[in-house]
Design a protein around this ligand. Structure first.
Ligand code: MG
Length: 404
């Protein structure tokens, strides 16, 4: 572990002209993904005169049903546990904010980054990772369940809003970025259906676009910070525990040096200031590290930037500090007894819903009940549910109420 004082907080390079003369708009870098070079949509559509392809993708995502459902899906704490905890919707907005701001600093395409950030959790089941694990277990005999793949299914197939096609008919680059991970088995299968398609990089071994790499890290920066915030708010973790972590201790001490009266102004304000500094430090570290790596790689365009190792990343000392924080959150929060009780209930709800619908598909709406691939239809239906709808359906079908 690097000593705390070695965590350097970079400032953006000072502009040569006076600050007020500096443009807020950074030109696109040569390695940015360009909508005019898009590999297009699965169903050809006329180009819009007033929006580029990635803007259009972003707009379609915002108007989708799956996007609205994110407001009632769990991040860590269940929606009904408190009004101030993050949900998947507010999480996705925080990811979009961080990703867009970093994209601008790197000259990457902000519209693509925003579309990816807003879509990245669309395939998440109710009850967070517990729901996904339960659904994956239920689906083992029928091809399994992966939430990244489900996000792609949502935008490719499950949304039904357009007369010409199922799904949102997004551009290739957005679809490819949404498929963050997938197993090799699934990648090979997808390649057979869509050769040189969105899963090709897993088979051929090249990186995601820089925009997609950036979104993954924006996701990580966002949840590490807001899980600390929500964890303290819930009372499950304390500031004292957090002071054992390099990042927290460093920025706590820095903030208190700068504002000696801060500790007397309430814990919430103190924690917010520490988290704000942690976010900035990670953002600036990522910008500095990525710019140096990109310069070394000398990539002439977006495609060249995807060969070789991933270029978007943190410095080794920041990565080590983030890893320490993640380990702490896993141990102290995600595996906290009170969280485990709730996640176990969530698993039970998903498992029992799956069993009932598989036996009596008629309990589902006709568009799912009438499908020939019954088990996949059940998985699609259950995965789309919000936490509260899943709880209500579970009570209706089993007569038991698992959540107060
Ligand atoms: Mg996320």
């Amino acid at each position: 572990m690097a000593a705390p004082h070695r965590l350097r907080v970079a400032r953006l390079a000072a502009p040569r002209a006076a600050p007020q003369a500096q443009s807020l708009f950074t030109a696109l870098a040569p390695y940015a993904s360009l909508p005019q070079r898009s590999r297009g949509r699965r169903m050809a559509e006329a180009v819009a005169s007033d929006r580029n392809a990635f803007q259009r993708d972003r707009d379609r995502i915002v108007h989708s049903t799956a996007f609205r459902r994110l407001v009632y899906k769990t991040q860590v704490f269940l929606n009904h546990e408190g009004d101030l905890f993050r949900t998947r919707l507010t999480h996705s907005l925080e990811v979009a904010q961080l990703a867009r701001s970093m994209a601008r600093g790197l000259g990457l395409h902000e519209d693509l980054v925003e579309a990816l950030a807003l879509a990245h959790d669309l395939g998440h089941t109710p009850f967070g990772h517990a729901g996904q694990d339960a659904l994956n277990a239920c689906m083992q005999p029928y091809g399994g369940f992966e939430h990244n793949l489900q996000s792609l299914r949502v935008v490719d197939v499950l949304e039904q809003r357009y007369p010409q096609f199922d799904g949102l008919n997004l551009s290739f680059e957005t679809r490819e970025g949404i498929l963050k991970h997938c197993s090799m088995r699934v990648a090979r299968h997808m390649e057979s259906l869509e050769p040189a398609g969105v899963a090709h990089r897993f088979v051929a071994g090249y990186q995601a676009s820089l925009e997609a790499q950036l979104c993954n890290l924006a996701d990580e920066i966002a949840y590490n910070a807001h899980d600390v915030d929500d964890g303290v708010r819930s009372g499950l973790i304390s500031l004292e525990q957090l002071m054992g972590l390099t990042l927290v201790r460093h920025f706590h001490d820095e903030a208190v040096r700068e504002y000696p009266s801060l500790p007397g102004m309430g814990r919430r304000r103190l924690l917010s200031e520490v988290l704000r500094r942690m976010l900035s430090a990670q953002v600036h570290d990522l910008l500095r590290t990525t710019k140096a790596r990109v310069a070394r790689a000398g990539a002439a365009d977006a495609w060249q930037a995807r060969q070789g190792p991933a270029l978007v990343g943190f410095s080794p000392s920041m990565r080590a500090a983030i890893t320490e924080l993640k380990r702490f959150l896993l141990r102290a929060l995600y595996r906290h007894e009170q969280v485990l009780v709730q996640t176990q209930r969530g698993k039970t709800v998903v498992h029992e819903l799956f069993t009932v619908y598989a036996q009596r598909p008629v309990e589902m709406p006709p568009e799912y009940a009438q499908r020939a691939d019954t088990h996949r239809a059940v998985a699609d239906y259950v995965a789309g549910m919000t936490d509260r709808f899943a709880m209500r359906e579970h009570e209706r079908l089993t007569g038991r109420r698992l959540f107060a």
